[in-house]
Design a binder for this molecule. Structure first.
Ligand SMILES: *Cc1c(COP(=O)(O)O)cnc(C)c1O
Length: 428
C-alpha cells in the first residue's frame, strides 16, 4: 500500500510503484544552487531542476520582480489587451535575434510552444497557397515534448510507442553525433553525412514538407548528443533550397546554455521559428514562446480573421512570468553571464578530467554549461542507482540511460564544481 499522500499526487515521468521502495524527496526550500528537504538535508541541484533554473533558487532579483508585478497586475488575457512586461520581453527577445525573429507568440510550457511552431509553419504554407505542405521532418532520437503534436516529432520509443496510433507520422532524418568521430571521420564529416540524408528526404518530399525541426547543437533528452555547428549551416541551406521552414527548438539549449544566448548563433544562422521555455523565466514560472520571422508574420497579416493565427492559451503572456523573464534577462547583463560561463566551462573540463582516465567511461563531452559522459556496460537500474547514490553525496542528478550529465545553474562556483565532481566520482 502506498501512503495516502503519495497516491494523491501522480508524478511526471514516473512509475509510481517504484516509489514503494524509493522515497520521494520532500523539498522544503531552495537557495542558490541548493535544495533543502524537511529534515534539513541539502542537495546540489546539478541539473537545474529539469534544466529550467539559470540563476539559482529564490534569487532576490527574480523573486523581487515577481513580487512587484504581483502587486501591480497578476494576470489579464492577452487577446485585445496588452501590458508592459510582455511588450518589454518581446522587444528584448527580438533584439537578441538582431530583429530576425521579431514576433513573439506565448504559451506556458515547452510542448505548447512546439505545437505553435508546427501549426504556424503549416498555416503559413496554406496562407501562401501551398496547402500540400503538411508534413514535418525530425531528427532520429529527437525530443520536442509530449503533447500529441510535439510527440509526433519526437523519436523516443519509451515516450512514443504506446501512443503511436494517436500520432501523425513524421519523416526521420539521420542525427549527427560527434561520438562517432574518429581520426578518419571528423565532426564536420559527420555533419555533412547527416545533412546528405536530409537532402535525400527533401529532394523527394519537399512538396509535402512544411518544416524541419531540430535541437541546435545538443539533442538533450536523448543523452546530451552533440553535433558540429556546420550541421546547422547545411540544414539552413537545404531548407532555403527546398522551401522548407527550419524550426529551432531551443527550449533546452537556449538562454545561454550552450555558450551563446541562442545555440543557433554558433552556426551564424537564424531559423524561421524558434522556441524557448525552461530557462526563459529563470525557472520560476511556466512560460514559453515561439519567435517567428517577419515573412511568416506577414503571411498572417490580413483583413480576413481566419487568416490570422488561430491559437490561444488562457495564460498566454502571463505578466508574472514575463516579469520573471525580464529579470532573468537583466541578470545576464548584470552578471556578465555568457563571459563568466566560459570560465566555469573551462573549470568543468578540469574538474571532470578524471573521467577520461577511467576505462569504464567514454565520450566525455561539453557544450557550454552542459557536460556529459557515458558509462559502458551499465546495468538496467543504472540511472535510478546513481540518483539514489547522488542523494547520499548531497547531489541531485538523473542520468539518461547510461549517460551521466550535469547542467548546473550559472551561479555555481568553482569550489562547488569541484564538490560536484568528487561527489559524482564517488557515486559511479
Ligand atoms: C523540455 C523540452 C520540451 C518540452 O517542454 P515542456 O515544458 O516539458 O513541455 C520540448 N523540447 C525540448 C528540446 C525540451 O527539452
Amino acid at each position: 500500500m502506498v501512503s495516502r499522500s503519495l497516491a494523491a499526487v501522480w508524478h511526471p515521468c514516473t512509475q509510481m510503484k517504484h516509489h514503494e521502495t524509493i522515497p520521494l524527496i520532500p523539498l522544503k526550500s531552495g537557495k542558490g544552487i541548493w535544495l533543502y528537504d524537511a529534515q534539513g538535508n541539502r542537495y546540489l541541484d546539478a541539473i537545474s531542476s529539469w534544466w529550467t533554473n539559470l540563476f539559482g533558487h529564490t534569487h532576490p532579483s527574480i523573486t523581487g520582480a515577481i513580487k512587484t508585478q504581483l502587486d501591480t497586475l497578476e494576470h489579464a488575457m492577452l487577446a485585445g489587451c496588452t501590458h508592459e512586461p510582455v511588450i518589454e520581453l518581446s522587444e528584448r527577445l527580438g533584439q537578441k535575434t538582431n530583429g530576425q525573429l521579431g514576433h513573439a507568440f506565448y504559451a506556458s510550457d515547452g510542448a505548447s510552444a512546439v505545437e505553435i511552431a508546427l501549426k504556424m509553419s503549416f498555416h503559413y504554407w496554406r496562407n501562401v497557397g501551398k496547402s500540400s505542405k503538411t508534413e514535418f521532418v525530425a531528427l532520429e532520437n529527437s525530443y520536442h515534448g509530449e503533447t500529441l503534436g510535439a510527440l509526433s516529432v519526437t523519436d523516443v520509443a519509451l515516450f512514443k510507442d504506446t501512443y503511436q496510433s494517436l500520432l501523425k507520422v513524421s519523416h526521420l532524418t539521420l542525427a549527427p553525433d560527434n561520438r562517432h568521430a574518429t581520426e578518419q571521420l571528423t565532426e564536420i564529416d559527420i555533419a555533412i553525412n547527416a545533412a546528405k540524408n536530409l537532402e535525400e528526404i527533401l529532394e523527394i518530399h519537399h512538396d509535402t514538407i512544411a518544416a524541419v525541426i531540430l535541437e541546435p547543437l545538443v539533442q538533450c533528452a536523448t543523452g546530451m548528443v552533440m553535433h558540429h555547428p556546420e550541421y546547422l549551416k547545411l540544414v539552413r541551406q537545404l531548407c532555403d533550397q527546398y522551401h522548407v521552414h527550419l524550426i529551432a527548438d531551443e527550449i533546452a539549449v537556449g538562454c545561454g546554455r550552450t555558450g551563446t544566448f541562442f545555440a543557433c548563433e554558433q552556426a551564424g544562422i537564424w531559423p524561421d521559428l524558434l522556441t524557448l521555455s525552461k530557462g526563459i523565466s529563470g525557472g520560476y514560472l511556466p512560460l514559453s514562446v515561439c519567435l517567428s520571422s517577419d515573412q511568416i508574420y506577414q503571411s498572417f497579416y490580413h483583413d480576413t480573421f481566419s487568416r490570422g493565427f488561430l491559437h490561444s492559451h488562457s495564460f498566454t503572456g502571463n505578466p508574472l512570468a514575463c516579469a520573471a523573464a525580464n529579470a532573468t534577462l537583466d541578470l545576464f547583463d548584470q552578471l556578465n553571464t555568457l563571459e563568466n560561463n566560459k570560465l566555469l566551462g573551462a573549470h568543468l573540463d578540469q574538474a571532470f578530467a578524471w573521467v577520461n582516465a577511467d576505462s569504464r567511461f567514454s565520450h566525455l563531452r561539453r557544450c557550454g554549461m552542459i557536460l556529459a559522459f557515458d558509462y559502458m556496460n551499465s546495468p538496467p537500474t543504472f540511472s535510478r542507482d546513481i540518483f539514489t547514490h547522488g542523494l547520499e553525496q548531497e547531489i541531485l542528478i538523473r542520468p539518461i540511460g547510461n549517460t551521466v550529465y550535469i547542467m548546473p545553474p550559472y551561479v555555481i562556483s568553482m569550489d562547488e564544481i569541484d564538490f560536484l565532481s568528487s561527489a559524482i566520482r564517488k557515486c559511479v
